[in-house]
Design a protein around this ligand. Structure first.
Ligand code: ADP
Length: 325
């Protein structure tokens, strides 16, 4: 097994709170093992354009608590092409880099997998995405913070909904995954959750709201995942049409869910994963994604670390409805 001496770390794709904690863990674990550690700016774009900087312990001081990513992130079209990846390889070689740690989502892992097949540079992936939609891990870096941000906002919306007896339809992020909707909906006591994995019929929701109206339950929260086939505005339109007496409002939470200080859980998850990524390179466990399964570090080959196609546990949805009734 070849010893890895010079490693690079980058953040790629959509940003997620906790990425900085992961970068810090990689840099400090690498330095502890006498490695030279480099930070690549703007994801794969920095590899293609040679924006590669040496990192010291103090480069990552005072960042564990910060959202965003000090290494910046970007999407890079050139990396989809073999020529772009060759440029990236040549630039890494200029710094003698012999190990790469990629913090990002499934797209970033596809890029890392191709790169590691073409070139003799082992790659390790860390799942950094608020959507929690990656196979091979129970949690992803940023999910817990995003859910807590959504909960905080929905709690505030409930106060005003309660004061006015209003029905609120709240759209949360998650691309084509409903985990943020499911978790934030349960944790805020929402009456209904609409997400791509579990089609909620608007007609059923309307019937339920009508029953609530009859028993004078006028405050209702509906959490809609952005990936649900009917968006929040559309749902509101349908409800207004059928329940003209309902005082209906829509709130789309948007990008606030990406920012902010990472929660304890995300900081610890990112720290454990960053530490495990460097250990994987030392032990010769190459081209894997670091995950957490049953609270233990778990390695999945990069080519399996794709979007999770898990069935949503529909009992959670049933539970949510029972508890909110
Ligand atoms: P995420 O990692 O959040 O899923 P993207 O899907 O945008 O975000 O991927 C981030 C970057 O990874 C892309 O801009 C591109 O540079 C690289 N990438 C994604 N998919 C591939 C692929 N199939 N081949 C090569 N590079 C890829």
């Amino acid at each position: 097994m070849k010893k890895v001496n010079n490693i690079a770390v980058l953040t790629s794709g959509g940003d997620a709170p906790g990425m900085n904690a992961a970068v810090r863990a990689v840099v400090r674990t690498g330095i502890y093992h006498q490695m030279n550690v480099y930070g690549v700016m703007y994801g794969y774009r920095g590899m293609v354009k040679n924006e590669i900087l040496p990192m010291e312990s103090k480069s990552v001081a005072n960042i564990i608590q910060r959202g965003g990513t000090i290494l910046k992130t970007a999407r890079c079209m050139e990396f989809y092409e073999p020529e772009g990846r060759q440029k990236a390889y040549e630039n890494l070689k200029k710094h003698n880099i012999d190990g790469l740690i990629v913090i990002g989502g499934d797209g970033s892992f596809k890029g890392a997998q191709k790169f590691s097949q073409e070139y003799d540079i082992p790659c390790i992936g860390l799942p950094g995405t608020i959507d929690k939609d990656i196979a091979g891990t129970d949690f992803t870096i940023g999910f817990d913070t995003a859910v807590n941000t959504a909960i905080d906002a929905i709690d505030k919306i409930r106060d005003t909904a309660d004061a006015h007896d209003r029905l609120f339809i709240i759209e949360v992020m998650g691309r084509d995954a409903g985990y943020i909707a499911l978790h934030s909906g349960i944790a805020t006591g929402a009456e209904h959750i609409m997400m791509p994995e579990h089609k909620a019929e608007v007609e059923d929701i309307i019937a339920d709201l009508q029953a609530n109206e009859r028993r004078k339950k006028l405050v209702n929260l509906i959490v809609v995942a952005e990936g649900h086939e009917t968006g929040a505005n559309e749902v509101a339109k349908m409800i207004k049409h059928r329940l003209p007496n309902a005082d209906t409002r829509v709130c789309i939470l948007g990008h606030i869910q990406r920012g902010g200080t990472p929660t304890c859980q995300d900081r610890i998850l990112a720290s454990r994963m960053g530490y495990a990524a460097v250990n994987a390179l030392i032990e010769g466990t190459y081209n894997v994604m670091v995950g957490i399964v049953n609270n233990k570090i778990h390695y999945t080959p990069l080519d399996h670390a794709v979007k999770a196609k898990e069935e949503m546990d529909t009992d959670w949805v049933k539970m949510c409805k029972i508890l909110a009734s």
